[in-house]
Write a protein that binds this ligand. Sequence first.
Ligand code: GDP
Ligand code: IMO
Ligand code: MG
Length: 445
Amino acid sequence: MEQNNRADVLLGLQWGDEGKGKIVDVLTPHYKMVARFQGGPNAGHTLAFEGKKYILHTIPSGIFHRGCVNVVGSGVVIDPFIFSQEIDQLGFTTDELKESLYLCKKAHLILPSHRVLDAAYESVKGELKIGSTLKGIGPAYTDKVARTGLRLADASSDDFDKRYNELKNTHFRLAESLGFDSSELKFDGHSFDDYEKAWFEGLNRLLELPQVQSERFVNQTLDSGARVLAEGAQGTLLDIDFGSYPFVTSSSTIAAGACTGLGLAPSRIGEVFGIFKAYCTRVGSGPFPTELFDKDGEQLREEGQEYGSTTGRPRRCGWLDLPALKYAVMINGVTRLIMTKADVMNKMPRIKVCIGYKSGDQVSEVLPFDYDPAEFSPVFEEMKGWETSIEGLESFEELPQALLDYVKFIEDYVNVPVDVISTGPDRKQILVRQGSGFLQRLLLK
Ligand code: GDP
Ligand code: IMO
Ligand code: MG
C-alpha cells in the first residue's frame, strides 16, 4: 500500500473558463483516474481534438481516454436530465461508460424545482442579480447544507418519490412566496412537466452507471500506487468563501474543495496546477477591476471567442490582474502555473497588466474586501506585445521574447513558475518548459 501517493489538483485561478477542460485532457494519459470534486452543469469544459470540439458539463474531462477511470465526486451536484443529454451529445452509450464513469452515491441531485427556485431568487435580486447559469446550482447546494437534499443513492430507495414530491412542493411554495410566476418558465426549451419527465428518464439511465463512495474509491486508487487528478470547476474568484461574494457560485472551487468534495486528506494533495488565461474574463455580474469597455476588450472577445460554453453569453473581458492571481495562488497553494490563450493576444501591439489598485493616492497590491470601481482603479504596467503568431510553435523556448518577458513578469509577481503554455484550443497545442521538473517529466518524452 502506497500511503505517500498523492492526488494532484487542477483548478481555475480566475472567474472560470480558464481552459481547465483542455488541460485535464492533455494530462489524462498520465493519470489512472480523473475525479471532479465540485460544481455541476454550470460548468462548461471544452476539449478539442481531431478537428472536433466537445463540451463537458458534469462528466470529467478524462472521459475520452481509454483506460482512464472518471469519477463524479461527492461534492458535485448532478442534474440527470443534463447528464443524460451530455452522454448523447458526446456520442457515448450508457453501456460504453459503465467501465469508465463512476458516480458518487453521496452526490446531491439537482431537482427540476431547484431550477425554478434559482430563477425565482434571481428575479427578486434586482441590482444584486448574480447572473447565474440558472441550472439550479445554488438551491441544490442550499438543500444540501440545510440537510434537506436528495442524494443519488436516495433515488433507489422506496420512499424516493414521496421525498421528491415533498421537496418539490416546498420549492414551489418558496418560489410563490417570492411572488414568482413560474408558469411560463422554460428549461432548456422544455415546459416544467416535459422537463420533469425527461429528468426521471435521465435518472433511470444514471442508475445504470456504477455507484461508489468516492472517498473510498479515490483513496483506494491512491493506495494502489496509481495517479489521480482532481478536476475543479469554475474558478477561485467564484469560490463561495474566497470569491467576490455574493457574486460567486455555491461550492468550494479551491484546492480545499478537492479534500471536501472527494474525501481526500490535506496530506494526500500533491501538485496543485493553477490554470489562468493570459488576460481575464468573467461571465455574469460582480466586480471585475481590469474590465475593458473599449476596442481592446472587443478584440479579446472576438479573437478569444469569449462566449459562454454553457449559456452562450458574451464574456466580459479585461487585462490580466496580478494581485488577484497572486491571491488565488496563495489560497490554493499552487505549485505549477499553466497559462492559456496567450495566442489570443498575438495581434496586440501593447498589453497591459494590473499590478495594484489605487484609492486616492494609496496603491495597494491587496485585492480589496469589496472592490467598488467608484473607489478603486487598477494600476497598470504596459508591455510590448509579441505581434506574431504562436499557434504552430513546437517548443516553449521558441516563444517570442516579448511573450517570454510577459511570462517572467507574471512569475516574478506571483512567485510560482509558469511551466506550460497552451497556444490554441487543440490538445496538441501545448508547450512545456525545459527544466520545469514535474510537468516536463510527465509531458515531454
Ligand atoms: P474551462 O471551463 O476552464 O474548461 O474553459 P472553457 O472550455 O469554458 O473555455 C475555454 C475556451 O478556450 C474553450 O473554447 C477552449 O477550447 C479554448 N481554449 C483553451 N485553451 C486555449 C488556448 O490556449 N488558446 C485558445 N485560443 N483557445 C483555448
Ligand atoms: P467553468 O467550470 C464561468 C458563474 C455564473 C455566475 C456565477 C454563479 O466552465 O469554468 P451559478 O450558475 O453557479 O449560480 O452561477 O458563476 N459561473 C461560471 N462562470 N465558468 C463557469 O464554470 C461558471 N460556473 C458558474 O456565470 O456569474
Ligand atoms: Mg467553462
